[in-house]
Design a protein around this ligand. Structure first.
Ligand code: ZN
Length: 200
């Protein structure tokens, strides 16, 4: 079974999600939510999903970047994005700190802004402290694409969408992204869009 993913314009995507109390984490409701979020993310497919995206205002995130999702990307694209497979995991009540603020700018999408993509600059390295699905503390140090996924998903818990952070001129439908922009460097894309060169 999969859940319906809510789309931009739904108020739940603009509200701050609430923390789970320790006793809630292992409750049947939350266990079931996590299973459904995993199945919904895989069905889409997506590399991350936050509970507000399925209409639930709780601080729960699932992440998974499977090797097969990266099959369509060239070795250069994967290297530029510092993208490597990430095993499925759950983050509850996450706290994110930027460890390497160097901006990395690439096209990013969101299951709640279906069919679109835009350039978004994200910090290259972050640390996330959270609880796992058993309520045990976890600490993750992530770089590159994984760090991007974590920043994107934690943003969802604050009611923030990538639309709030994107380079607005770069917004494209997925179809036009594939047709015109995929495989080009961010510097080339910025030039073609009439955007100033990015420092760093
Ligand atoms: Zn999203």
């Amino acid at each position: 079974m999969v859940l319906k993913i809510v789309q931009a314009g739904d108020p739940v995507l603009r509200q701050r999600a609430r923390e789970l109390m320790p006793e809630e984490i292992t409750s049947p409701e939350v266990k079931s939510l996590i299973v459904l979020m995993r199945e919904t993310m895989r069905d889409s497919p997506g590399v991350g999903l936050a509970a507000p995206q399925v209409g639930v205002g709780l601080r729960v995130i699932v992440v998974e970047d499977r090797p097969e999702y990266q099959a369509g990307l060239s070795a250069e694209d994967l290297a530029a994005r510092e993208r490597k497979p990430v095993d499925f995991h759950v983050l509850i009540n996450p706290r994110l700190v930027v460890e390497d603020a160097t901006p990395a700018e690439f096209h990013e999408g969101c299951l709640s802004v279906s069919g679109y993509t835009a350039l978004v600059a994200r910090a290259r390295g972050v640390r996330v402290e959270a609880l796992d699905e058993k309520g045990s503390p976890v600490s993750i140090s992530a770089r590159g694409w994984y760090a991007r996924i974590l920043q994107h998903e934690v943003d969802h818990l604050e009611g923030t969408l990538y639309l709030d952070r994107m380079e607005t001129r770069s917004l494209a439908t997925m179809e036009n992204y594939r047709r015109h922009w995929a495989g080009r460097s961010t510097a080339e894309v910025r030039k073609a869009l009439g955007l100033p060169e990015r420092q760093g």
